[in-house]
Design a binder for this molecule. Sequence first.
Ligand code: URA
Length: 410
Amino acid sequence: MHLPALIERKRDGGRLEGGEIHELITRFTAGAMPDYQMSALAMAILWQGMDAEETRDLTLAMLQSGQQLRWPAQSPERVDKHSTGGIGDKTSLVLAPLLACEGRWVPMISGRGLGITGGTLDKLESIPGFQTGLEIGVIESQVQRLGCAMVGQSSTICPADRKLYALRDVTGTVPSLALITASILSKKLAEGLNRLVLDVKFGEAAFMQDRPRAEALAQSLLNTAAALGLKASARLNPMDEPTGCAAGNALEVMEACTCLKGEGPLDLRTLVLDLAEELCPGRRQALQEHLSTGRAWEKFAAMVEAQGGRAADLERLGEIHRAPAILAVRATKPGKLTRLSARFVGEAIVSLGGGRQVASDSVDPRVGCDQLAKVGQQLECGDLICRIHAASPGAAESAAALILQGVELH
Ligand code: URA
């Protein structure tokens, strides 16, 4: 196989055959295709796109680049959710234990935050001792015992995606429908799922800012999942203001805990229940009861203990991760809150050290915002817009100035 010829064919709008895609991915994973050739190919795919068969073949080749989770015959339905990313979106932390309470198995493989979007692994790692790097066998046995595990992508699961995503991230080739679809679905298929719900965000802080692009991504994901025998459904959700009232790693775990106990912000609870119901049709009432009775909370606590954390620490995360500076940002005039931009909140959190500019950055679990006002709320002069948790008063002031650029009161 002559790699330059394949790159040229894609550059000129031609298509790649299944065998060629498989060979390309195999060589790339093995280090036998240099990064510069894969980068050129990724750029050609970004511009020329891939048809449904090519996207399916790419997904399959990436899935087959590594190991897959294996489940005994007759095991309960394995389910998961994938979100295209948001600010303050701690839904996964509530969803995995909630679905386990319904008897589903949830082998949730999540990612880290990059850019302004938060990552489930960073949030979980604000729980002292919590281990996200479990071996495949450990994940399988924990899920069989408890019903859920929340872990990171190990080097043996979809290694092709790990390598390709790192390359896309630095070559301007992330926003390709085919590449995003293959990246997301190869990892989800590696979990050995029966059913997947996709939470595709659109709006100013989303990956796909306008709704038609988000719809196109949802359609590409659904078509490819169907072609590979995975039952999937998609919900399009706005990402213009942060989800819930907290954003930032430890602050989000604390808010997720309130939701797991049947409390917390309505928008978060509604999103959790909408997504859970996609995976457990007709079970909304039962799902609500798992939250209000504390069953979901107990399941989460059991998962935390199983993965090296201590349930007791969940009650004192605020103390463990108390930020040195906490600044109240208040309305300077009365009015209805018509905008509180998730994009600006996300940028503020990155500036505070709570997010990553590059994959190797470490994150500060203490920083972020809480008590965020919600769009539609009537505020009086002096009412709280949010509190900023920062490493220093200066950092808090700068973050406040950024967040206020995205606030509109009328
Ligand atoms: N999330 C992924 O896992 N992969 C992408 O390509 C984009 C978002």
